[in-house]
Structure formats: C-alpha cells, structure tokens
Ligand binder design. Structure first.
Ligand SMILES: *Cc1c(COP(=O)(O)O)cnc(C)c1O
Length: 479
C-alpha cells in the first residue's frame, strides 16, 4: 500500500500530455466541428491526465480503504446493514431480468410482472396493508409518495386546510424533510424520558391544531429502538381528529414475525427494501421504498400499476383522475425488487418469523453486556437497536466520536453517532439478525477494551484512529 500512488488525489498524479490510450487519428471526422462554436468550451477542461495503470492502481488502492458488510461487523444504527446473500445478486443478474426494457410489450414480460405483483402481495401480507406500489426509489422517496397520497385523500374530500404533519422529536431526519418537500408544515411532538411519544403533548397539539392536521408520522419501534406501547391510543386520537397515520417502515426487521403496522392502525407506510429485505446500500446505490396503503386509499397510488387480470398481468399507466401519476421513471428499481423477493422466498414463512426475535435478541445481548461501562439512558427491553449516551465514566473526556474512531482500528465499522439528537453523546447500535454470537462477543470485548483504554490512556483513544488509513495520515506518509 505504501507506494507513491497511495494517498494522492488523481489530480496530483496527473502529468501533462499523458494518456491512457492511443488511437490512430480519424482522417474522416473532426468531432469538434459538429458542435457549434457558441456551445464549445473556451478552455480545455482541467481533467487529470494519467496512464491506465496509474488510474487502475489509484482506484484499487482507494477501494482497499473501503469498509462494507462483507469486510466486518457493521452495527450502524437505523441503517440495517444486514448481510446481502449472494443468491440475491446471482438471481438479480440473470439476463432475463437485466435484459428487460420498461417499454417492451407486456405480453413479453409476464414473468417479470408476475414477480412484481407477487412482491406487492407479499408485502401486503407482511404488513397488513391492502395495496402496495413499488415505484418509489428510496425510503425518503416513499415518504414523499405516501404523504402525497395522504394529501390527495384529504383534498378529494374537500379537506384543503389539512397542511400540518405531527412528527416525534425522535424521528429520522427524512421524516420532516419529506413533509417539507411535500409542502406540509411540521409540528413536533415531544418524547418522554422513557423515549416514547408524550401522549399529553400529543393531546395538546391535537386540541390546538386538530382540523389542520393531515397526518402523524411514526416509526415503531422508534429510532431509540423502543416500542411505542400507546400506539392504539395514539392512532385513535389521530383518527378522531380526521388525520391519517403514516408508518416509517424503513427498518421493519423487529416487526417481521411479531406484528404488523396495518393491524396497529396505520393507514400508509413505506418499507426500505434495501434495508429490511437485504440489498447493498450506503454508497448511494439503488434503493426501493415501496408504499402500502389501507383499503380506500389505493386510487391515489402513483402509476404505472401492475394489475392482475384473467388474461395475465397488465400495466395501468392511465390516470383515472385520482392517481398521483408518475413519481419517477417507470416501475422503480426492478433489480432491488428481485433481490427482496429472493430474500423473502429463501427465508420462507417460518424463518421470516425469526427475523424480528433474532434482531431483538442480538441488540439486547449487546446492550446488557455493555451497560455497566456505557451510559444507557433508557433502561429496559429494546427492539432491533438501542442508544448509549457515550461512556459511563465522563471524567476521562473521551467522547462518542473518539470511541467511534477507535473502533475503526479494531476492524469494526462505527455505530451511528450523535443521532438521535435526544442525547449529547448518542451511540446507536444495530447488530441485525444475521450476526453470530461469536461476532457479537468480539464486538462486546472490543467495546469494553476501549472503555478501559479511555481510563488508562485517554489521549491514545482521543487521537485515534492509529492504524486505519485516513486522508491526513496518507498525506503525512507521503511526505
Ligand atoms: C434509512 C431511513 C430512512 C430513509 O431511507 P432512504 O432510503 O435513505 O431515503 C427513513 N427512515 C428511517 C427510520 C430510516 O432508517
């Protein structure tokens, strides 16, 4: 790793006039002549000029500094960095899927439409909501789509004054962002010290804002990994005020096999297929955020819709007046759906029931094994994830940031830090259901070791990472 390519920017490796190719001059064409002078650059673009081998080595070296689920334990809370089985990739890469074109005649892609429709039905069964659209391309995109459905529903009833959304202060940042993009106003409801929504504060908001509330957005278990026990009461209050309940199902792990948002009274939800149903994510890769609705809201779902008829599957692209119409290109990210479908089928009905309990067991095992050295602000059972408020011993001056940096030296990805905002030193851990006891024990041992180091050698922890390449370090190495 320690050669002169390492640690430089590709621009710094540039040598004027050096090229990665050599082609004979084309005597027949002068490409720049075809572009009108008014549209051409006045100056050459300042691009790096390198030979091919330099480029290959540069990016290969960079890629070695990457950390993924396949490299090691990745307990990034609220992100569900679960293992993505190889079989998903192999099936999604089949030519019969990758060769499809969204505009080809429906009679030539009935099997793909069958998979698409079957996935919609499976998601309905898993969540208790009656209809799904698979079109949204991310969790936040699903939130926006779901909120647009809710707005369309209110407007169809002439309820135009419903422009506000209640969101708990513990919510994922995309919730208020999506509401704002949808043109809705955010009203924040407080959490109590046990991490659950403060019912009295909610009551007050509903009395104050009642007829202007369009929806309440919730995650359950919430972003603290805590199950909201008052859900029946909350949904009743919100429904009585004429508003709808939105469920953020990005992290559905703890639910699978345990309970269903539809049964809890939610009207609209999204799922992150790229979290709950295992598709690689985190590098900005393709996602999928299907939106499900309860009966009565399906006319508002976006198009195209895949419909089952007596003669096979059809695609409904028409706007019957109530649909939102298109919210993206064509059907969404189809191969992510294939991966989710394979994941669901390979687990099967019985093992699917183990996902929630195992995700919950793993999180509680870590929490209980570390709570004597890390500050646990909310005692009791958690679901798939939980939050520490930094180290228990605050006298060392070692912060959550330092612990996270030191973890990298031990070959672990850091947990989510400084989120949620409810605590100063949040350290949010989500192991997922996939990890073995040995892996969890290894992580626990290292977390305990760092807590010990914080006492014996706080400066060393504060100046971490020591063995993990950082850009600053790479520059120093080169000088
Ligand atoms: C990840 C996540 C989202 C957003 O999903 P994206 O696909 O990143 O847009 C929303 N809510 C929660 C709780 C999440 O964890």
């Amino acid at each position: 790793m320690n050669n002169q390519l390492y640690g430089n920017l590709i621009f710094e490796l540039s040598k004027t006039g050096r090229k990665g190719y050599s082609l004979p001059k084309n005597p027949y064409r002068h490409t720049t002549d075809e572009i009108p002078a008014s549209l051409r650059r006045e100056q050459e673009a300042q691009l790096p000029e390198c030979d091919e081998l330099t480029v290959v080595r540069h990016y290969t070296n960079l890629s070695h500094n990457n950390f993924g689920v396949n490299d090691g334990f990745y307990p990034l809370g609220s992100c569900t960095m679960k293992y993505n089985p190889v079989i998903n990739e192999e099936i999604a890469a089949l030519k019969s899927f990758t060769g499809l074109h969204p505009l080809q005649p429906v009679e030539t892609c009935q099997q793909a439409l069958w998979l698409y429709h079957s996935l919609q039905e499976l998601l309905s069964e898993l969540t208790g909501l009656s209809e799904f659209t698979l079109n949204p391309c991310a969790g936040a995109h699903g939130e926006l789509t779901g909120l647009m459905v809710i707005r369309a529903y209110h407007q169809s009833r002439g309820d135009h004054q419903r422009t506000k959304v209640i969101i708990p202060d513990s919510a994922h940042g995309t919730n208020p962002a999506s509401a704002a993009v949808c043109g809705l106003e955010i009203v924040e409801v407080k959490s109590k010290s046990n991490g659950q929504v403060d019912i009295e504060d909610l009551q007050r908001l509903i009395e104050q804002e009642g007829p202007s509330i369009a929806a309440m957005m919730m995650t359950n278990p919430n972003t603290l990994g805590i199950f909201e026990h008052a859900i029946p009461e909350i949904t009743k209050m919100v429904h009585e005020a004429g508003a709808l309940m939105y469920y953020d199902g990005a992290n559905l792990n703890p639910m699978l096999g345990a309970c269903r948002p539809g049964d809890m009274g939610f009207d609209v939800m999204h799922i992150n297929l790229h979290k709950t149903f295992s598709t690689p994510h985190g590098g900005g890769g393709p996602g999928s955020g299907p939106v499900g609705v309860r009966k009565g809201l399906e006319p508002f779902l976006p198009t195209p819709r895949v419909i089952k008829t007596d003669n096979g599957f059809e695609v409904n692209t028409g706007d019957d007046g109530q649909s939102l119409g298109s919210i993206g290109s064509f059907f969404g990210n189809f191969t992510v759906m294939v991966k989710a479908y394979v994941y669901i089928l390979s687990l099967g009905r019985e093992q699917m029931k183990m996902v929630g309990p195992l995700a919950t067991l793993n999180a509680n095992y870590i929490k209980e094994s570390l709570k004597d050295v890390y500050e646990l602000p909310i005692e009791g059972l958690c679901k798939h994830e939980f939050v520490f408020d930094g180290l228990k011993d605050k006298s060392t001056g070692v912060t959550t940031m330092d612990v996270a940096k030191r973890l990298l030296d031990y070959g672990y990805h850091a947990p989510t830090i400084y989120f949620p905002l409810l605590f100063h030193e949040s350290l949010m851990i989500e192991p997922t259901e996939n990890e073995s006891k040995e892996t969890l024990d290894g992580f626990i041992a290292v977390m305990r070791k760092i807590a010990e180091e914080a006492k014996t050698d706080p400066e060393m922890v504060k100046s971490a990472p020591h063995t993990t390449p950082t850009y600053k370090q790479m520059l120093n190495d080169n000088n």
